[in-house]
Design a protein around this ligand. Structure first.
Ligand code: ADP
Length: 179
């Protein structure tokens, strides 16, 4: 693996704060924010929408081929933002951040987004059952998976500082290996 910058995956239930974190992190680090939902939508890498859950039925082969064609593995420097994590090859990812928040916070955020009924309930249940955290731990080496709270603005600030420090360490280790 030759990349000089790491690839960071930010995952979690819809509404936990992935976009908020990924946008700021990418800006600060000078990395590319890979908003997977946006790509799926813009490029049509889907087989329609699951109307009940409000999410795209993703054509994973097309999505992964597209990302591969951007040399994601070789060049690194991506902040990938998606509400699933088991589809990306392990060799692409250096750090997995699973964002978490309390169910009442998530309820308020998703209600504000217009989610109701099954769409709202299933996402709240998924957060309570830590579905994404388990998926991340099953899909990647547990040592690269970190769980971070995203309840308020102070959390965002602290989380970003923590990930930025991790990136510095990653680069230091790489340079030391290469020298
Ligand atoms: P996701 O990308 O995971 O769906 P967003 O980043 O779009 O989540 O956040 C959903 C909403 O919650 C937005 O209005 C955002 O401003 C708010 N939000 C997310 N995380 C926090 C946080 N830690 N503190 C305050 N507001 C937050």
């Amino acid at each position: 693996m030759s990349r000089t910058n790491p690839n960071i995956l930010i995952t979690g239930t819809p509404g936990v704060g992935k976009t908020t974190h990924a946008e700021q992190l990418a800006r600060t680090l000078g990395f590319e924010h890979v908003s997977v939902n946006q790509i799926v939508k813009d490029e049509g890498f889907h087989e329609g929408k699951d109307e009940e859950l409000g999410s795209w039925i993703v054509d994973e082969d097309k999505l992964l081929d597209h990302l591969e064609s951007t040399n994601i593995s070789e060049t690194g420097g991506r902040v990938i933002d998606f509400h699933a994590c088991d589809l990306f090859p392990e060799r692409w990812i250096d750090l997995v951040v699973v964002l978490r928040c309390g169910s009442s916070t998530l309820y308020d955020r998703l209600s504000a987004r217009g989610y109701t009924g099954k769409k709202l309930d299933e996402n709240i249940d998924a957060e309570i059952m830590q579905v994404l955290l388990d998926e991340a731990r099953e899909s990647y080496d547990e040592q690269i998976v970190v769980e971070l709270m995203s309840e308020g603005p102070d959390d965002v600030e602290g989380n970003l500082e923590r990930v930025e420090a991790w990136v510095e360490g990653w680069k230091r280790d790489r340079n030391a290996e290469g020298s």
